[in-house]
Design a protein around this ligand. Structure first.
Ligand SMILES: O=C(O)CCC(=O)C(=O)O
Ligand SMILES: [Fe+2]
Length: 247
């Protein structure tokens, strides 16, 4: 299998930052070949979605494309997921997040997993294949917000600032603020699933933002985000067998 990542560092110091902030950005680590293949696959998913006029190709992207499926058990991706979650992990979903010109982005939200069991982690690993600028399909985060481990949402930044003004980070007592990230092409971003995040609209004169997320978790709870058909679970891609079960 070809390399997915260039050399990068994600050791103890970086893991500590991920645990403190709720996210960690690895700029430009996808190889040029991986970016090419991802762009092809994600373009195909986009065509398929238009043809079918439903969300199946987005929600089950790996089930619609062999290359995307092959990455579920890619040794470099599994290794990264294990550096975050430890040894015992499961695949949760592979969802395309392509944002064509004029896409409205998405408001502030968190994702639920094992709310009462902090020992169970769930990490979203975003591949921002052609990157983004802060005001152009850009990921926004609130460092420290994952510590709440609770559903939080807000339609826009002003509403969220209202909520933030009344809350401190439960772990540190610090004031929390919105941070707009920047991602050069080939960026991978890690995010604990309970982290507050949102996406700014894609500009009308921008190319489609090609993005896919691979999510992994420690088993132990049911997962609402787990978009895997029974057929895919029964016939997993080579090497992914042990990653597929719910528990
Ligand atoms: O499109 C993005 O960059 C992030 C979308 C999102 O909120 C998610 O996948 O959880
Ligand atoms: Fe999200």
């Amino acid at each position: 299998m070809g390399d997915l990542f260039r050399d990068y560092t994600f050791g103890e110091a970086e893991k500590t930052e991920l645990d403190r902030d709720g996210h960690y950005v690895l700029p430009g680590i996808l190889t040029a070949t991986a970016c090419e293949r991802l762009t092809e696959s994600l373009s195909r998913i986009e065509d398929l979605r238009r043809e079918r006029d439903d969300n199946f190709p987005n929600h089950h992207s790996a089930e619609c494309d062999e290359y995307l499926a092959s990455l579920i058990a890619h040794p470099q991706l599994v290794d990264l997921a294990r550096r975050v979650l430890g040894e015992d992990i499961r695949y949760d979903h592979c969802v395309s997040l392509n944002r064509p010109a004029g896409n409205g982005g998405v408001g502030w939200h968190t994702h639920n997993y094992a709310r009462e069991m902090p020992e169970l982690g769930f990490v979203r690993i975003f591949f921002y294949v052609n990157g983004f600028e802060p005001d152009d399909g850009g990921l926004k985060v609130v460092p420290g917000s994952h510590e709440f481990r609770q559903p939080i949402d807000a339609d826009d930044d002003d509403k969220l600032r209202g909520w933030l003004s009344e809350h401190r980070c439960p772990a540190t007592g610090d004031i929390m603020e919105i941070v707009s990230l920047t991602a050069p092409a080939g960026t991978v971003a890690l995010m604990w699933t309970w982290a507050l995040h949102a996406v700014s609209p894609r500009r009308h004169d921008s190319a489609t933002r090609w993005t896919v997320v691979y999510a992994y978790r420690n088993p132990g709870e049911t997962s609402h985000a787990r978009w895997i058909t029974e057929e895919f679970e029964r016939n997993p891609p080579p090497g992914a067998e042990s990653l597929m079960p719910l528990y």
